[in-house]
Design a protein around this ligand. Structure first.
Ligand code: GLC
Length: 575
């Protein structure tokens, strides 16, 4: 049985940066509602909202202080209800980010837990050790140890896989599992169409009394993924959770974030028999080539894509998962497509074509359809990230400059990928007029200087300060049939054809500079071929009876020969 979610085309909205409706510089729910016509025109069928719950915003909402309330910066519960109703009226589904591995340290459970070692909520979290000694050497994804001292001074430490202000929940405790089930029920009862299960692969931890083996004398905390990712209990604990949801809401989309899951684990998480997720997002799609400057530290150095590895990974995931794979080029945790990979407008088109016409569920990160790039944040401190500070110091110590390090971090870090949507119109009452020449402009320095790029996003000062690269705004592209935005309209319309929504996928054997695949459904066939290189490429295939549906760049065809210009791509189908 297919459901809407098998064929969903999802648009990922980072609410803080999409549309501000009240001039405080932070995007909000009413802003999203005002942009529904844009989403409709684009043709997407669902939106995923990054976290909107009450939060101190240590990690932009991934630190939840109240799972039952909307963050005041985003609006009110009534605003959310109005947004959901308006999206549904427009035929769009909505899924929310469900942060299940940890809470904010401001959450009442944690506040109570640190009030005393006898707190009823103590066991909602993971406390261990004594005399303020770390129970093990495991490292946090956000730098440093996973352990932080109990603020109440018990001598124990609490576990945090992310920021120290984001304590991990203890999913081994059945009360926690019930409490999180209640949260999910609450939102689904409000009419939400699904949940994105944030960092779900981390909810189970190995026994704590063991260090990750390191070289002698190395006592730095170390990322010990096998001890806290994809452990068997993840499936044991989530199965009742997911089954319970599906019993009441069989059509709800459960989209798991499985950053480090192998294809086999992803297959297990999405197998119908496991009754867990409908689809998962992996971070393993993109393999980087070695750094260009091995003399300098690697962490945030930009790298080219390894296309051969990419082809292998795509073909493997396409052929292995029975459930629909997710199809995406970027999200709020990585640099934008136009900054990371697609360095010219033709490539922006051909890569979109290549990705989204495969089998699976496209997830398009807001602004990608405009060719939006990473912002340039003004200095290392603007990242508020210990790993950035450490990287910049290492580059300097190795003889590089601060400017060089900063330019690299701006190209590779997740934060500059979260900039304000360049609407460029007065879509909201009182917004400034569009910047006429589309030149680069400062965001956030003063209200005056923000006007050009922030126009249409906010009348105030955007929450994230940085320079935006030049680029055509949504308003400009909307008037230009040759724009990337129009191309995305056409591409999404094509994706909705049954051939692309549900057809089989087969990789075609080509030169390694080409990625080509066939989709088949009953007696219809499609061929998608993309030149991954900047040199012209030639492809020989039986093309009789096939007509061109979509082209990026220069593509010529003579009989069964296709000539693809630099980075060009083409989609052909039988009638
Ligand atoms: C997920 C989110 C990321 C967040 C982390 C902690 O990986 O995508 O943005 O920082 O979980 O919640």
């Amino acid at each position: 049985m297919t459901t809407w979610s098998d064929q969903a085309i999802i648009y990922q909205i980072y609410p803080k940066s999409f549309q501000d409706s009240n001039g405080d510089g932070v995007g909000d729910l009413n802003g999203i509602r005002l942009r529904i016509p844009y989403l409709k025109a684009l043709g997407v069928t669902a939106v995923w909202l990054n976290p909107i719950f009450t939060s101190p915003q240590v990690d932009n909402g991934y630190d939840v202080a109240n799972y039952y309330a909307v963050d005041p910066q985003m609006g009110t519960m009534a605003d959310l209800e109005a947004l959901v109703a308006a999206l549904h009226a427009a035929g769009l589904r909505v899924i929310l980010d469900f942060v299940m591995n940890h809470t904010s340290d401001q959450h009442p459970w944690f506040q109570d837990a640190i009030h005393s070692a006898d707190s009823l909520y103590r066991d909602y979290y993971i406390f261990a050790g004594q005399n303020n000694r770390r129970p093990n050497n495991w490292g946090s994804f956000f730098g440093g140890s996973v352990w932080a001292e109990d603020p109440a001074g018990s001598g124990q430490s609490y576990f945090h896989l992310f920021d120290r202000r984001m304590p991990d929940l203890n999913w081994a405790n059945p009360e926690v599992r019930h409490a999180m089930q209640d949260v999910a029920d609450f939102w689904l009862a409000k009419g939400i169409d699904g949940l994105r299960l944030d960092a779900f692969i981390h909810i189970a931890k190995a026994p704590l009394e063991q260090d990750w083996p390191t070289a002698a004398g190395d006592d730095e905390p170390v990322i010990a993924e096998p001890f806290f990712a994809n452990r068997p209990q993840v499936q044991d604990w989530l199965q009742p959770f997911c089954q319970h949801i599906k019993a009441d809401y069989p059509d709800a989309l459960l989209l798991g974030e499985a950053a480090s899951a192998s294809v086999d684990l992803a297959a297990a998480y999405t197998a119908k028999s496991s009754q867990l997720m409908d689809s998962v997002v992996t971070f393993r799609y993109f393999t980087d080539r070695p750094v260009s400057n091995p003399q300098l530290p690697a962490a945030y150095q930009p790298r080219e894509m390894d296309w051969l590895a990419f082809k292998r990974v795509q073909a493997t995931w396409q052929q292995t998962l029975v459930a629909p794979p997710t199809l995406y080029w970027s999200n709020h945790d990585m640099a934008r497509l136009a900054t990371r990979v697609a360095h010219d407008p033709i490539q922006a088109r051909s890569l979109a074509m290549l990705m989204y016409l495969q089998r699976g569920i496209p997830i398009i990160y807001y602004g990608e359809e405009l060719g939006m790039q990473n912002l340039q944040l003004p200095d290392p401190a603007a990242f508020a990230d210990a790993t950035v500070t450490a990287f910049v110091a290492q580059v300097e110590a190795a003889g590089g400059t601060t400017e060089e390090a900063l330019a690299w971090v701006n190209r590779t870090h997740k934060l500059p990928a979260r900039g304000p949507m360049p609407w460029g119109d007065a879509g909201i009452a009182g917004a400034e007029a569009a910047d006429a020449d589309g030149a680069a402009a400062a965001i956030g320095a003063t209200a005056q200087s923000t006007a050009p790029v922030a126009a249409g996003f906010t009348t105030g000062t955007p929450w994230l300060t940085g320079r935006a690269a030049a680029g055509a705004t949504a308003a400009e592209q909307d008037q230009d049939p040759t724009s990337l935005l129009f191309f995305y309209h056409d591409l999404i319309a094509l994706k909705k054809q049954p051939l692309f929504a549900t057809g089989n996928y087969q990789l075609l054997s080509t030169a390694d500079t080409i990625y080509a695949y066939r989709r088949t459904l009953a007696d219809r066939q499609a061929l998608v071929a993309v030149n991954l290189s900047a040199a012209p490429a030639v492809l020989q295939l039986p093309l009789a009876g096939m007509a061109r549906q979509l082209t990026a760049g220069v593509v010529t065809r003579h009989g069964d020969t296709l000539k693809l210009g630099p980075h060009a791509g083409v989609v052909l189908t039988t009638r």
